[in-house]
Design a binder for this molecule. Structure first.
Ligand SMILES: [Zn+2]
Length: 185
């Protein structure tokens, strides 16, 4: 479900810099801002830039500082790349190039959780969980282009723990089974 596009070298260069930006209609951008705030434990303004892009400014941490709030603040303040966040339908949530594509059709699916060495049916995905996962991929790509799955799962698990959502087993989302627990960076 959570794909990750690994392919041609990615050009993170951004002539405008300093941005995490939202695409789509005004309603889509508002929804994506909300999901991103929930995913990262932040609040921010979305401000139209000189080139027309709608981008996060004045990122504030809500409550405790977390790897998600710190990481998203770093992404929004980076000067050497831009993260684009968009809503897509039916193709799955993933980071594709420098774009985080959030697919709300995933919300109707439930995921498996590990219990006693077995995989059992768990609850449905939540938007903040999905966006936290994909932001973890992007953060790893943009900062330490290694271990992106571990980062994605670390961001997701941190979100799930903070929001009372049962954990997906480490690595399960990438096909490694229900009871494997690699080291989280
Ligand atoms: Zn993933």
């Amino acid at each position: 479900m959570y794909g990750f596009a690994i392919g041609d070298p990615i050009n993170f260069a951004d002539p405008f810099g300093n941005r995490a930006c939202f695409q789509g209609s005004a309603a889509d951008r508002f929804e994506l801002q909300h999901h991103t705030e929930v995913a990262t434990g932040t609040k921010f303004n979305v401000v139209q830039q000189n080139d027309g892009a709608h981008c996060a400014e004045n990122v504030q941490t809500v409550g405790q500082s977390t790897r998600r709030s710190r990481g998203f603040t770093e992404i929004a303040q980076a000067t050497n790349y831009t993260l684009w966040i968009a809503k897509v339908l039916g193709v799955g949530s993933a980071v594709r190039g420098t774009r985080l594509e959030y697919d709300p059709t995933s919300l109707t699916n439930s995921y498996l959780v590990g219990a006693g060495g077995q995989c059992v049916q768990g609850p449905s995905y939540q938007a903040g969980q999905i966006v936290a996962h994909e932001l973890g991929h992007f953060y790893a790509m943009a900062t330490v282009p290694l271990f992106t799955h571990q980062y994605a799962e670390a961001w997701e698990h941190e979100w799930s723990l903070a929001n009372g959502q049962p954990l997906r087993p480490f690595w399960y989302s990438h096909g490694f089974g229900c009871n494997q627990h690699p080291t989280i960076p």
